[in-house]
Ligand binder design. Structure first.
Ligand code: NAP
Length: 249
């Protein structure tokens, strides 16, 4: 049984897919969860689902690609929750294309949403965490950031950046007992991958490089992320864990 001592978590991208599964799993362990997503509908529904199941949750719509919006949201939030013990940087998007066809706005949008958002949230939420001398930060990267992936220069760069950020912050925060780890999912069945999963030709090609020969579920990622946020994971920091059916061995 994992232990959480009356903790509060902020999970970005908690409206759907992997982030929603992480928010729900943390809530099942008694953690109060602040569910952040871009649209009020999606984080509102996720938080309402947690509350309906007997958990504690709050919804917060923030565009994480906008550093000013994060700063305003965090200022308000810290009045209500002076200490957020757990931060899961999960919000992300893809804008795929080969480099020569990739626009600068697709590059910037992906970097801002996936990577720069982690810089802003960690600076704001991480300060009280380090003062409290206990914290857990989990960054949801991708195997694309570990292996590279043709057609995803922007996304791979952002996810590799998250891994570098994870390792550096693990070193910066270690003296304060704040751990920082990354999870790198492979192909997980969510809205992000629907077009591949639902295309028999594309999915057969993908599964050729997945030794376990199936797509992952959001819960596969959520269980590991929840463990990394628990009391029990206190001696693990600066690591990258692939949840990818064996793709990036
Ligand atoms: P998803 O189903 O598309 O959900 C993405 C979530 O991120 C949504 O809740 C969305 O908010 C939120 N989001 C996107 N842009 C945002 C913004 N600008 N501001 C605030 N929230 C924003 O994606 P997923 O598959 O669960 O992916 C979650 C994370 O895992 C991402 O970082 C992704 O890169 C990573 N990942 C996924 C896979 C995979 O196979 N699915 C593989 C490797 C890594 P709304 O609900 O409001 O739209």
């Amino acid at each position: 049984m994992l232990t959480f001592k009356n903790r509060t978590a902020l999970v970005t991208g908690a409206g759907r897919g992997i982030g929603k599964a992480i928010a729900e799993t943390l809530a099942q362990h008694g953690v109060t969860v602040i569910c952040v997503s871009k649209s009020a509908e999606s984080c509102g529904a996720a938080a309402a689902g947690i509350v309906a199941a007997g958990g504690k949750a709050k919804a917060l719509a923030v565009d994480v690609a906008d550093g000013g919006a994060i700063a305003r949201a965090a200022e308000e939030l810290l009045k209500e929750f002076p200490l957020i013990d757990i931060l899961v940087n999960n919000a992300g998007l893809t804008r795929d294309g080969l480099l020569f066809r990739m626009s600068e706005s697709d590059w910037n949008d992906v970097l801002a949403t996936n990577l720069t958002s982690c810089f802003h949230w960690t600076k704001l939420i991480g300060r009280p965490m380090t003062r409290a001398r206990w914290g857990r930060i989990v960054n949801i990267a991708s195997v694309s950031g570990v292996m590279g992936n043709a057609g995803q220069a922007n996304y791979s760069a952002a996810k590799a950046g998250m891994i570098g950020l994870t390792k550096t912050l693990a070193r910066e925060f270690a003296g304060r007992s704040v751990t920082v780890n990354a999870v790198a999912p492979g192909f997980i069945k969510t809205d992000m991958t629907t077009e591949f999963v639902n295309n028999p030709e594309a999915s057969a090609k993908i599964l050729e490089v997945v030794p376990l020969r199936r797509f992952g579920e959001s819960a596969d990622v959520a269980h590991l992320a929840t463990y990394l946020c628990s009391e029990q994971a206190g001696y693990i920091t600066g690591q990258v864990f692939n949840v990818d059916g064996g793709m990036a061995m």
